[in-house]
Write a protein that binds this ligand. Sequence first.
Ligand code: CAA
Length: 257
Amino acid sequence: MSEAVIEKVDNDGVVRLTINRPKALNALNSEVLVALESHLTELEAQTNLRAVLITGAGEKAFVAGADITEMRDKTPEEARAFASQALRTIKRLETLPVPVVALVNGFCLGGGCELALACDWAVASSNAVFGQPEVLLGVIPGFGGTQRLPRRVGPAMAIDLITTGRKIDAVEALRIGLVNRVMPQAELENYVEELTKQLKGNGPQSVRGAKQAVHDGMDQDLDSALALETALFAVCFAGEEQKEGMSAFVEKRKANF
Ligand code: CAA
């Protein structure tokens, strides 16, 4: 049997998705995008979901972009369909109700960078390389890069990266706010284990509510977004989590969510 292009491991609600095409540096082809979307459909319905980690197989690449071999002979209509599939899949990853963490373990280029931009967190190994090199191939970013990159790093830096196609190292990616943390590859797993432990120790509904407030609020004017925050804050007081969290503080014990 051929190996799955997406490997899924569920560790008690912390789900790791690994893009598994190491020989092609985990390039995103149609098969990967469809398989990823199908996993995301399942995850959307998983009630005990606490966090999602996404990474690339091997030690060389997270994702080296959309699959150039597949794209080479596409017509404009086929290219539109390919990009639409990718945008839909990436949007579903972005809007999962729990934190999504990209473990960037090497090349993170083109569609790979666009995938990482849709994650709540990006943790990079020090050998990671980032870039939007599409103009070197005669195209523009097509998996959301022209929109999510300026929202993450500001329009000036986004135009710089997108129009030059230059690659940057993990330290520069950290400096411009493209990633949250950088560390030696050997430390990545331990860090992510600590991070997921920390997330799992917090109230699951509060974590979901916080993500929803940030994501939905970003698309609104400030007053509407603040009203959304107030509504979601008030909802917390209808559940057990707030009672347990605040009682634990008053009783000087650790909350048990
Ligand atoms: N698509 C298809 N195959 C790819 C690929 C990609 N994006 N990136 C790497 N590969 C394949 C290579 O063709 C090669 O396959 P073979 O062994 O069969 O020849 C294999 O992965 C290993 O790659 P290299 O031999 O090139 O490895 P390297 O260490 O010399 O170079 C690299 C690594 C700098 C990442 C180089 O592979 C590279 O430049 N890749 C392309 C990066 C890129 O341009 N990405 C953007 C794609 S366009 C895009 O993503 C558009 C969009 O927005 C939707």
